[in-house]
Structure formats: structure tokens, C-alpha cells
Design a protein. Structure first.
Length: 66
């Protein structure tokens, strides 16, 4: 059992695809959600923005582009 437990990894990051990142960020900001950093571009594929979710989990909002 100890070997099996050692192989299980905990993940603290979650990504959610949204249709409109700017609108989503605006609505979350109005509700007092703690946003982290600014919008970043991941190549020509996504625009990303992080927020701090429950229990310290980092949630990345991702909007597909291009």
C-alpha cells in the first residue's frame, strides 16, 4: 500500500476553457474573486488568466484564440 500511495500525485492546478476571457474576468472581479497576475498569451493558441480558488487551488481560465 505504501508504494501505491507514493505513486499518487496531488494536483493543485485546474484549467477551465471560457468563451470570452475578458467578460469572465470582469464578472469574477465584481464578485470579489482573487485574480493573480495579468492576462498572458500562450503562443497563438490561448489567452490565460489565473485566479486563486478554494483551498489555495490555482484555477487557470483559458480562452482559445487563432
Amino acid at each position: 500500500m505504501k508504494e501505491r500511495c507514493a505513486a499518487i500525485r496531488r494536483t493543485d492546478d485546474v484549467a477551465v476553457v471560457v468563451d470570452d476571457l475578458d467578460d469572465t474576468v470582469t464578472r469574477l472581479r465584481r464578485r470579489g474573486v482573487g485574480l493573480l497576475g495579468g492576462v498572458v498569451r500562450y503562443g497563438n493558441a490561448h489567452r490565460l488568466r489565473d485566479l486563486r480558488g478554494p483551498a489555495g487551488v490555482v484555477v487557470t481560465l483559458a480562452e482559445r484564440i487563432g
